[in-house]
Unconditional design. Structure first.
Length: 283
């Protein structure tokens, strides 16, 4: 199968998507509205990040997961995060669409899709089968807008190349998201209703459901995505560029000693455009 590259160019202007702020929902790996269910056996799933559900605070199977984070259940932190989630969901729908994709369960099928940063929109269903590759830098952003549902096939894979980061990938889902068994998913799911993850599936990102439940089939790995700050720009001349010479005037005080030893203070003053001064006292 050939490789499909999707990019956007309009009269030489590239429309870049900007990141979506998650507010206080940022610390969460899982948010739900009507409860969280974790299937499988004891300690067979791993969740890195906070979890919470409100208004229904029920969490079933919490012992089936190793949680590296805080179980907020239905506390005030969860309530605030749910408000932030709603704000983030609305924000994800604001950027102008750069690419319209097919409204099917295999919008991205096979192994040939390589997507540039941008805003991808489906009027209803959006689906992934095979391998979907997101190629860009560490600051590039992808926003996927599914009018109704998001579905990924079993063993489907999302890969990131070129420095792309899962923290900058957002999936705005108008109803529910269903991730297949043994699937590998990247990005933050912002769903209006519910989210379910099949057995042995893993997510680098977040599963955030506003009104419905979040269900894990068992033996799942969910890791809250955090952005790595890009390294600073290189110093002109290289990392080991020589330091500039500083023109100094050295003035002793007193200029001469009447006889024998005594304290002398040297004042160094920078000349020309340099702005600095210091004093060294020598006895």
């Amino acid at each position: 199968m050939g490789v499909t590259f999707i990019t956007l160019g309009v009269a030489g202007l590239v429309m870049a998507a900007t990141t979506v702020s998650l507010g206080t929902a940022d610390s969460f790996a899982i948010l739900a509205g009507t409860g969280i269910t974790i299937g499988g056996a004891v300690n067979t799933s791993a969740i890195t990040g906070d979890i919470g559900t409100s208004p229904t605070a029920t969490i079933i199977g919490i012992g089936n997961a190793i949680l590296v984070g805080v179980n907020h259940a239905g506390d005030a932190t969860t309530v605030g995060a749910k408000t932030s989630l709603n704000t983030a969901y609305l924000a994800a729908g604001q950027p102008p669409v750069t690419t319209v994709v097919a409204s099917t369960i295999d919008s991205f099928s096979g192994t040939g899709y390589i997507l540039a940063p941008g805003v991808y929109n489906s009027a209803s269903t959006m689906g992934i089968t095979g391998t979907l590759t997101l190629n860009g830098t560490g600051t590039d952003v992808w926003i996927f807008q599914a009018g109704s549902s998001l579905t990924t096939a079993g063993a489907s894979v999302i890969t990131l190349t070129g420095g792309a980061q899962a923290c900058n990938v957002f999936w705005q889902v108008g109803s529910s998201a269903t991730l297949g068994a043994a699937s590998t998913f990247k990005g933050n799911i912002l769903a209006v209703t519910s989210i379910s993850l099949g057995t042995t599936g893993n997510v680098e990102g977040r599963v955030l459901a506003q009104n419905g439940a979040v269900t894990l089939g068992g033996s799942n790995i969910i890791t809250r995505a955090t952005c790595v700050v890009p390294p600073p720009a290189p110093i002109p001349g290289g990392s080991f560029a020589p330091l500039p010479l500083i023109d100094l005037t050295k003035i002793p005080n007193p200029l001469t000693l009447p006889g024998g030893a005594g304290p002398v203070t040297y004042t160094y003053t920078c000349n020309k455009h340099w702005a600095c001064s210091c004093s060294i006292c020598i006895s």
